[in-house]
Design a binder for this molecule. Structure first.
Ligand code: TRP
Length: 337
């Protein structure tokens, strides 16, 4: 039997996942878990880059992200969920990869730059500046072929590819060059019309939000501000609600666009319609969440098993890496039994 290709992707545990994550990456990882040997990383070390001063926050968020993935439809019988900090090989590989990247390359990473602005950092820690290197190690240790991600992760994928190529050229071709997989809607705007739905921007609809909350959020969303009466002709191109129709209600989006332009559907009816469409996606997710929330032991066991399997994969790759880099000293190892 031919070996399945691998996927590795995942999230920083810094809060709950929202529709932007769903569209950008979750949906793809769920869709592809039959076809690919799928690894889902809970990147708690990466989350420390901005939370190193409140580590107590992490343990709750690690569980939240595991629940979000399982609720979204990740099947623990098919996919492997693991915690980054439990794989010491990733830390080791990060150190080796650190030799293959210059500080200037990291400084020019557009996502790192945007995040520095967002967090108001004038200077950064070595750990923050270097997290894309650690992310390259996340991807390389399991020889992932494909990495489903949102658009903001593309610079990190580019770096991972560069590091892998450099490694393979310098030492020996052990590692696999990963491909990014974007969704057809790589970036979802926030309900406030802000360019990106973000955990820190308080403009998101979360997978765990109850139906009532989702409805309230949709009703507060920004539409075409020049539209006062129903009969006013609307401009869907500048309406946040319409961008959501395009992403979550594709079957009706064209029709709604026409009606809005003609002034024959009001914003209230349009928002109600969107809320109903979103429920078709969100209710099954909530149902799975209820199942797992009632069974925390099962969730712990899923993570335990996933982490164990991941360690064994990481151990194997690490042996190849050390051999390629000639940092396995046979004269010393021979005494080992
Ligand atoms: N940087 C990703 C995020 O912010 C999380 C992440 C960590 C990741 N390691 C990864 C994503 C490896 C894809 C592959 O959500």
């Amino acid at each position: 039997m031919e070996k399945k290709k691998r996927i590795l992707t995942g999230d920083r545990p810094t809060g709950n996942l929202h529709l932007g994550h769903y569209l950008g990456s979750l949906q793809n990882r769920v869709r592809l878990q039959d076809e690919y040997d799928t690894f889902v990383i809970i990147a708690d070390v990466q989350a420390l880059t901005t939370n190193f001063d409140r580590p107590e926050k992490l343990s709750q968020d690690v569980m939240n992200v595991a629940l979000d993935n399982l609720s979204a439809g990740i099947d623990p019988e098919k996919a492997t969920i693991f915690i980054q900090s439990y794989i010491p090989e990733i830390a080791e590989l990060t150190v080796y990869f650190g030799m293959l990247v210059t500080v200037n390359t990291l400084r020019h990473n557009p996502t790192v730059k945007t995040e520095m602005q967002q967090y108001g950092y004038k200077d950064v820690t070595y750990g923050f500046l270097g997290y894309p290197v650690s992310q390259a190690a996340d991807i390389a240790f399991c020889k992932a072929d494909l990495v489903p991600v949102g658009e903001d992760q593309l610079p990190h994928l580019e770096l991972a590819r560069k590091i892998v190529r450099r490694f393979n050229d310098l030492y020996s071709p052990v590692l696999v060059e990963p491909q990014a997989l974007l969704s057809n809607v790589p970036r979802l705007v926030g309900i406030d019309g802000n360019s990106k739905m973000g955990k820190s921007l308080e403009n998101g609809i979360y997978l765990k939000d109850e139906a009532k909350v989702v409805k309230e959020k949709i009703f507060s969303a920004v539409t075409d501000p020049s539209r006062i009466k129903i009969s006013d002709k609307g401009n869907p191109q500048i309406c946040t609600v319409f961008t959501y129709h395009k992403s979550f209600n594709q079957a009706e989006a064209v029709n709604i666009q026409e009606m809005c332009r003609a002034g024959s559907i009001g914003c209230v009816a349009c928002k109600k319609n969107l809320a109903a469409s979103l429920e078709m996606i969100l209710e099954p997710i909530r149902e799975r969440r209820r199942y797992y929330e009632e069974r925390p032991e099962e969730v712990h066991e899923i993570i335990r098993r996933g982490t164990e399997r991941t360690r064994s994969v990481a151990g194997e790759t690490m042996e190849e890496i050390r051999a390629a880099m000639r940092i396995n000293y046979s004269c010393i190892d021979s005494g080992k039994k």
